[in-house]
Design a protein around this ligand. Sequence first.
Ligand SMILES: [Zn+2]
Length: 203
Amino acid sequence: MALGEADILRYSRQILLREVGGRGQERLLAGGVRLGASGEAGLTAAAYVVAGGTPVVPDARPLLEGAEGFLVPAGHTGESAADVLAAHLPGISSGARAPGGGGRLAEVPARWDGEGPWVALGGDGARGVVVFRAPEGCAACFAATVAGLGPPPGGLAGVGLGALGALILQRLLLGLGPALGARGWDAPGILTEGTVHACGRCG
Ligand SMILES: [Zn+2]
């Protein structure tokens, strides 16, 4: 996808980043991500991914109480996240339009399919965890790592985890490694290396 004049103006600050550039911005615009989210972590991630230019198609999960945060007005608890996001976040598709790429960004538990990249937002007690996989990363190792996680934390920890997840997804769309990994968000601003569990073939 070649950048038009409007794209260059809109994404100029990102294009100036050495890691992004014009080519990288084209990749961000061409990538498509299917979202599975109903809470702060997933909705925050979606807002950042869309702001970076990548189309996001949400699924039919209902919004959790308090999940709206700063993204959409209060009072939509229980409604479809897809409908609420489509109404309030420019760039979010209501689901009628298929995304261009095979990306998946979802809160645990979720189904994982498509080529990737995949980014899972999960939790381990009060700790938030992001597990990620580029298309060339092992899907079975990703699944083994995600299997040990519960849903992501809510509140401020969820917002921070979502921002981290969006950044990781954008790195993967830009072709920046590693191809498989996990990061812990132990408390706001406290980032740790997570453990990847090897599948039977890799281990
Ligand atoms: Zn493996």
